[in-house]
Design a protein around this ligand. Structure first.
Ligand SMILES: CC(C)(COP(=O)(O)OP(=O)(O)OC[C@H]1O[C@@H](n2cnc3c(N)ncnc32)[C@H](O)[C@@H]1OP(=O)(O)O)[C@@H](O)C(=O)NCCC(=O)NCCS
Length: 175
């Protein structure tokens, strides 16, 4: 990865201080058309509200937020959801990989994914799964680092402009 970019897990206090920067990143990605769960119109305030809603989960250690920084500023983010049903103590969910387009194709997304997996292992989890838009750059990245596409659900989601898109269900057993 680009040596000027660092990866770090945000402790709860740092997460609370980072809401505006995380919101900037999410708003930037959605404005550019990334299908990550939101429809236009999507304001910076909407993006901040999404991350603010996660504060209790981050405080409780149920949601881990990992960021990439360049010159001290957040340029990428990935989340690990540890809040699973009682019967799935071995499982964790990957959530919302976001990389600012100014630093794409430098290995930041891949580094965030590996950092997320390290956090999952540290929490004793041996299976990570998530959904992602099918057939695009994100799916290619996930498969390149060992994720398996369990299947594709047609018209599962919508892009920010409202057009339907297909969604891949991905998983990886951590060893
Ligand atoms: C998908 C996304 C996270 C990828 O982030 P990224 O930081 O560009 O990912 P990486 O750099 O690790 O890998 C992307 C590509 O760059 C290549 N790459 C990595 N390091 C590189 C380097 N130093 N030089 C040249 N290419 C490099 C990778 O091999 C990969 O190539 P490929 O597309 O041919 O497979 C980013 O495009 C993004 O944030 N998109 C918008 C949000 C989104 O859709 N998120 C996914 C939700 S499911």
């Amino acid at each position: 990865m680009d040596p000027l970019i660092t990866i770090e897990t945000l402790a709860p206090a740092a997460y609370a201080r980072s809401l505006d920067e995380l919101a900037d990143l999410l708003h930037h990605c959605v404005a550019a058309g990334a299908p990550v769960g939101f429809l236009w119109p999507f304001s910076p305030a909407d993006a901040r509200a999404y991350f603010a809603d996660l504060v209790p989960a981050v405080d409780a250690g149920k949601r881990i937020v990992i960021v990439a920084k360049a010159e001290g500023r957040i340029v990428g983010a990935m989340q690990l959801d540890l809040d699973m049903p009682q019967s799935q103590p071995h499982r964790a969910g990957g959530r919302k990989l976001l990389v600012h387009d100014s630093v794409r194709k430098r290995g930041v997304g891949t580094a965030l994914m590996y950092a997320m997996e390290d956090e999952a292992r540290s929490a004793g989890r041996t299976l990570v799964d998530f959904i992602a838009v099918a057939g695009g750059a994100p799916e290619k990245l996930y498969v390149s680092i060992g994720y398996t596409v369990a299947g594709v659900i047609p018209h599962y989601d919508r892009r920010p402009d409202g057009t339907p898109c297909d969604t891949a269900v991905l998983y990886k057993h951590l060893i």
